[in-house]
Ligand binder design. Structure first.
Ligand code: ADP
Ligand code: ZN
Length: 775
């Protein structure tokens, strides 16, 4: 083992007085893609002194047997480490130039501390694989003519073919790849090799981009680009633009929360800000939910603001690597992308924009479990630049930050062109007349509104946030429920695929004719998903085209766009879908939006379920009435008196936030208290339970230490308890929730627990700071 140093405070570190002398003057601290809380020090051999550098990757002997392992260099120092461990040497430096700059080093360091994971893990996650393995590039051999004074004397004789090749190269007057020269001179590479051997040309190697690594940034299909009609900012937009413009001119960290109702023209404000920053010769990162990365959105950015890179999930490693390099070399002014775009290696970042800042997809659900909005705010702070977060329904975290004065609120309460927000009507499902013998999802009120809309040649969007055909399959004889073989979750029946599926782990099995428990042919398929809804619509509205949009129908790249194009062209009258259809769509001919069941998701065991329901309803309602024809929204619900449903129907975000914040305060939930979750899991139930119990003792110990160190800041610990979904993906799971109004105390307790707790083999734990998934 090589020497750990104390970048992190490591308990029980054995620091012995007598240093081992090594014949080196320079040392490098290296971190690895492991959940380790410290860096390891290596000696830099003389031959690598000129090459080593912070932000480069190196290969070093590590672990048992000293296997060559890649890691990131995070510090170079001439101070000899005082440790009794044997100091090994860096074997190779893998990068010519640092791939992570100083800013990103700081940001990732902060992430490791805040999200309690290894710095190396963060660096590994942040740098795309295509950069790490140089995908999309290759090392090419070039030749160039030598200046006269460097030529051999006397000049060697050359063959006619060699002379022709040499002439060609001189005529080009630039280095050519060996292959390229051979092609131009119509000779073999052997001829060029002869020239090299005779000392008439110089050969050198250089890493270059291949076509796969050169994403097409400026010449992408522009056919969807709308003609650039000059937009004159309206009164609301001008009012919010003023402080923004000031902040962009003066620079420095200025966080803004742009609260604008759907259709208020937020994107136009982003565009102005981006144009301003690009004009200053700086770069912008724009974070949007993955689902909003449609050509429609992108075309609005294109042509307005320099070279654009769009980072979406369908890029290959080579393309991702290519973008990274192009951003790092200053060839890109605007980076638009989902979550991970927050790490774009810009050179002179001038602004970060986050659209739909409340979106849950900004939270990453694997290590490092970061929230891109929070990381973006930290990045803006570290780089001293403005950040503009926009939403019609800001997250309560951001809203509370605004109320505390941490963010400046910019408010746009009206839609552009004085268009009204659509009228929202609640339809109480408890009182809707039923059709005898039928289980219709669409009640008479919604059905007649749909008929009227279709008659008037309007288009309809229907939201049902549940995919599949039947969401609940059980036996009427014995009550057996079809459950996933690997998870404590009910299986959903998918008719198109004719299979039962687990929406968490993807497990699939053939539907049962007979109950697997009692063998009675009494299986009942109940519960409503988008697939069944589509069948009902096709039955009720023959002659109209109904398209379903959910992750089952939209898995292929481009399918999303094809459907939206067809919808825009009027080839589809009714668009049915999950939350996928709730966001960002701007179709002026949509005059009716229906919510089939607003209560889906409202009763989940998650303190954010009301907030999510409100956001979803407000977002989907925002799809109606975006054109001159106006529009209305019908919301079917069993709980029309639930405040989040009532207030969403009145477009009253302010009142909702006020009420929900009172509730959060009472229950000591975020944004009032900090929350972290620790999950213990094992494929062996007994092992998980035993370790969870032991961990409870560790927590007590850690809390005692933290409270003495930090005064008496209260920490509440809940657990261990079984997770709401106890078995997931074959793992039995117990969790702890820990809350405190001091983030410092919370972190200290967890850090103590992490150093003290040593899970036995087969048991692991995960720490989730500011968790979003509570299942
Ligand atoms: P939001 O992002 O708030 O939902 P958008 O920025 O998408 O709103 O604007 C909605 C529509 O209004 C877009 O079609 C946009 O081009 C248009 N728009 C925005 N600002 C103006 C303006 N000042 N004058 C006229 N049209 C505008
Ligand atoms: Zn499963």
């Amino acid at each position: 083992m090589t020497a750990p140093n104390t970048l992190f405070e490591v308990e029980n570190e054995r620091e012995l007085p007598k240093p081992v002398s090594v014949p080196a003057t320079l040392f490098a601290d290296i971190v690895f893609d492991r959940p380790l809380d410290h860096a390891y020090t290596y000696a830099v051999p003389e031959s690598l002194v000129a090459k080593i550098g912070v932000g480069k990757r190196v290969e070093v002997p590590f672990g048992k047997g000293g296997k060559g392992t890649a890691g990131f260099c995070v510090r170079v120092t001439d101070v000899q480490p005082t440790s009794s461990y044997e100091i090994k040497s860096v074997a190779r430096v893998l990068d010519d130039d640092a791939i992570v700059d100083e800013h990103l080093m700081k940001l990732t360091r902060w992430m490791a501390d805040y999200y309690l994971c290894g710095w190396g893990q963060v660096l590994h996650a942040v740098v795309p694989a295509g950069v790490r393995d140089n995908a999309g590039t290759r090392v090419a051999s070039f030749v160039e003519p030598l200046p006269k004074e460097k030529l051999p004397n006397p000049l060697p004789t050359v063959t006619p073919q060699q002379k022709a090749a040499l002439d060609k190269l001189k005529k080009e007057n630039r280095p050519l790849e060996v292959l390229q020269l051979a092609r131009l001179a119509k000779c073999t590479t052997g001829v060029v090799a002869g020239l090299i051997k005779k000392g008439l040309v110089r050969k050198f190697s250089e890493r270059i981009e291949t076509p796969a690594g050169t994403p097409d940034t400026d010449t992408e299909d522009q056919s969807t680009t709308a003609p650039l009609a000059e937009i004159v900012l309206n009164a609301d937009q001008l009012r919010v633009w003023e402080p923004l413009r000031n902040a962009l001119e003066t620079g420095g960290y200025h966080p803004f929360l742009l609260h604008g109702v759907t259709g208020s023209g937020k994107t136009e404000v982003y565009l102005r800000a981006i144009e301003e920053v690009v004009k200053q010769g700086k770069e912008v990162i724009v974070l949007v939910p993955e689902i909003s990365l449609t050509p429609q959105t992108i075309s609005r950015f294109k042509g307005r603001c320099g070279n654009l890179a769009v980072l979406h999930s369908h890029l290959t490693d080579a393309e991702r690597g290519g973008y990274w390099r192009r951003v790092a070399t200053g060839h890109i002014q605007v980076v638009v992308g989902a979550r991970s775009a927050v790490f774009a290696p810009t050179r002179k970042l001038g602004l970060i924009v986050i659209d739909e800042e409340h979106e849950n997809s900004f939270k990453q659900e694997s290590t490092p479990r970061y929230h891109a909005r929070d990381v973006a705010v930290m990045r803006a702070r570290l780089e001293g630049i403005p950040i503009l977060m926009g939403s019609a329904t800001p997250s309560l975290e951001s809203w509370a930050n605004a109320e505390r004065g941490n963010y400046a609120v910019l408010s746009m309460p009206n839609r552009v062109a004085s268009r009204p927000l659509p009228a929202v009507k609640l339809v109480d499902l408890r009182h809707e007349p039923k059709t005898p013998g039928k289980h219709y999802a669409i009640g008479p009120t919604l059905e007649s509104a749909m008929r009227k809309t279709l008659k008037e040649k309007g288009q309809i969007i229907l939201l049902l946030n549940r995919r599949g055909f039947s969401t609940h399959v059980h036996c009427e004889a014995c009550g057996h429920v079809a459950q996933c073989a690997h998870c404590d979750l009910a299986m959903t029946f998918h008719r198109t695929k004719n299979s039962l599926m687990c929406h968490y782990c993807g497990f699939e099995t053939a539907p049962f004719q007979k109950c697997p428990a009692c063998s009675q042919p009494a299986m009942r398929y109940q519960g409503l998903g988008t697939e069944k809804l589509q069948v009902e619509i096709e039955e009720k509205f023959p002659g109209n085209v109904c398209q379903r949009m959910d992750s089952d129908t939209m898995s292929k790249p481009g399918s999303h766009q094809r459907v939206l194009d067809a919808f825009r062209d009027g080839l589809i009258q009714i668009l049915v879908g999950t939350q996928m259809i709730a966001k960002g769509l701007d179709f002026p001919n949509v005059t009716l939006v229906g919510v089939v069941n607003a209560d889906v998701g409202l009763h989940l065991p998650d303190f954010r379920s009301a907030e999510r329901t409100f956001q979803l309803l407000a977002q989907v309602a925002g799809r109606a009435g975006r054109g001159e024809k106006g529009g209305q929204v019908l919301v079917q619900t069993f709980t029309p008196d639930h405040p989040c449903i009532t207030l969403a129907s009145h477009h009253n975000y302010g009142e909702f936030a006020k009420l929900e914040l009172v509730h959060r305060k009472q229950h000591k939930y975020p944004p009032y208290e900090r929350l972290a979750r620790l999950i213990v899991r094992s494929e062996k139930e007994e092992a998980a339970a035993t370790f969870a119990d032991a961990l409870a003792g560790t927590f007590k110990e850690a809390m005692k230490r933290a409270t003495t160190a930090q005064g008496q800041a209260p920490v509440r610990l809940l657990g261990p308890a079984e997770c709401p979904v106890f078995r997931l993906n074959n793992f039995y799971r117990f969790h702890f929730q820990i809350q405190s109004d001091s983030s410092a105390v919370l972190h200290e307790v967890l850090r103590n627990v992490l150093t003290l707790a040593k899970p036995p083999s087969g048991v692991e734990f995960q720490v989730d700071i500011d968790p979003y998934s509570m299942l």
